[in-house]
Write a protein that binds this ligand. Structure first.
Ligand SMILES: Cc1ncc(COP(=O)(O)O)c(C=O)c1O
Length: 446
């Protein structure tokens, strides 16, 4: 019997044969026991059966202002009725120019140029290409090497995958782009387990970049890309002094430093961007996710003025042969402007700072619970790492995630780590509920 779904009639039975090839998902497992979300508002999702679920992950690290915010919904509706699409290749439209201006205003000083993309992956690849082209424009075409970090995540396109440092995301896809290497990650459970905020030990992990420079000759290296706080690999907070040291080494060798702020951007760490929180400026930084509050796909690369100016020094003509049909899409820009308005009206770009201590107290109250080998946090970003079950890596965290979801809270799991990043509108009682639910679940997971 054909069990395929009739349009508009998705049921559990239909899902086993569903056409949707789901991303980063165990399709067969999911389709047997699906978890569907059908509606959202503020801090909550609702399942198709009407069960309310507290969102402990901002969807997928992106819905920073909470769900279905009226101002953003209205702006998108209005824009789609007024002008659905306009090209930005050799043409333009006012909404894209306005949004770029607004973004530049909240960026650190000296970052007044914004290149639009449609996702974090595209932002990563765009930043890497800008870095290569920048060196070439300055007569240093030999700088072709791109350096990432173990456990880094920069999306799934070829550039981002190649500098990425999560093995599972790479192994099925061949060697990736040439001339890539990786510095060591900073996760050090022996010295830093249960650190609150930035771990004390480990600034010297940055010196691994010197090793790479010696190995390859620094004059062949174009850029180093890191997430200020690694997100997808399980919230790895930079040790004190680490980012400063990375910056110094890049300066010494003329290497561009790229921060991937796809998760940390737009208030996650209590400042608009992580560079402002940590007091370390990159040369380029990538964003996406919170940029439109997750409503319309969009990303951007912010470039230091001197980088943009280098391109503008070239003879008249197209300065960068790069862009996407949907770079600066009107709907995304309208959503983005309304998102920035919402952030400003409610002080959301700094609100994580005032909630950080409460969040820290609550998440660290899980220290001592069964299986918990580490708890870490920064801003409204945190993780609880579990001891892996013998021979079954990831199983324990997955089961905990399921129990937490059944109890009405959405968190994220990756390997044996549970990750938390609630919308920045979260209240302290909701923070408490998230971690109390995890505590209860851990009691019943073997
Ligand atoms: C740091 C970082 N870079 C890039 C990406 C990729 O973004 P997208 O999934 O929008 O392509 C992500 C996604 O989680 C991310 O966390």
């Amino acid at each position: 019997m054909n069990k395929r779904a009739e349009p508009g009639a998705i049921s559990t039975v239909d899902l086993e044969q569903a056409a949707f090839w789901m991303p980063f998902t165990a399709n067969r497992q999911f389709k047997k026991t699906p978890r569907l979300l059908a509606r959202a508002e503020g801090m909550y999702y609702w399942t198709p059966e009407g069960r309310q679920v507290l969102d402990g992950t901002s969807g997928l690290w992106c819905v920073n202002a909470g769900h279905c915010r009226p101002r953003i919904v209205e702006a998108v509706q209005k824009q789609v009725a007024q002008m659905d699409f306009a090209p930005t290749f050799q043409m333009g439209h006012p909404v894209a120019f306005e949004f770029a201006e607004r973004l530049a205003r909240i960026a650190p000083g000296g970052f007044s140029r914004v290149f639009f993309t449609n996702s974090g992956s595209e932002s990563a690849d765009t930043a890497l290409k800008i870095a290569l082209a920048y060196h070439r424009a300055r007569g240093e075409a030999q700088r072709i090497r791109l350096i990432g970090r173990q456990r880094g995540y920069h999306g799934v396109n070829f550039g981002g995958m190649s500098v990425g440092g999560i093995g599972a995301n790479r192994k099925a896809f061949g060697p990736g782009v040439a001339a890539v290497d990786h510095i060591a990650h900073t996760h050090d459970l022996q010295r830093n387990a249960f650190s609150r905020g930035q771990p004390q030990a480990g600034a010297e992990f940055a010196d691994d970049l010197e090793r790479i420079c010696t190995l390859h000759d620094p004059s062949t290296i174009a850029a180093v890309i890191v997430e200020p706080v690694a997100g997808s690999a399980g919230v790895l907070v930079p040790p004190q002094g680490y980012l400063q040291r990375l910056r110094e080494i890049c300066n010494r060798h003329g290497i561009l430093l790229i921060f991937d702020e796809v998760i940390t951007g737009f208030g996650r760490l209590g400042q608009p961007f992580a560079s402002q929180r940590f007091g370390v400026l990159p040369d380029l930084f990538t964003t996406a996710k919170g940029m439109t509050n997750g409503t319309v796909p969009m990303g951007a690369v912010f470039a230091k003025d001197s980088i943009y100016d280098t391109f503008m020094d070239a003879p008249e003509g197209i300065e960068l042969f790069h862009g996407y049909t949907y770079s600066g899409h009107p709907l995304a820009c309208a959503a983005g402007i309304a998102t920035l308005d919402t952030y400003a009206e409610e002080g959301l770009l700094t609100r994580a700072g005032s909630l950080e201590k409460i969040f820290e107290e609550r998440i660290h109250s899980l220290k001592g619970e069964r299986h918990v080998v580490d708890v870490r946090n920064c801003g409204l970003m945190g993780a609880v790492e579990l001891e892996p079950r013998a021979g079954k890596p990831g199983a324990r965290a997955y089961e905990t995630f399921l129990k937490v979801f059944e109890a009405g809270v959405l968190v994220r799991w990756t390997g044996d780590i549970l990750a938390f990043s609630p919308p920045l509108i979260v209240e302290s009682a909701q923070i408490e509920r998230i971690f109390d639910t995890v505590r209860e679940a851990l009691k019943t997971v073997d």
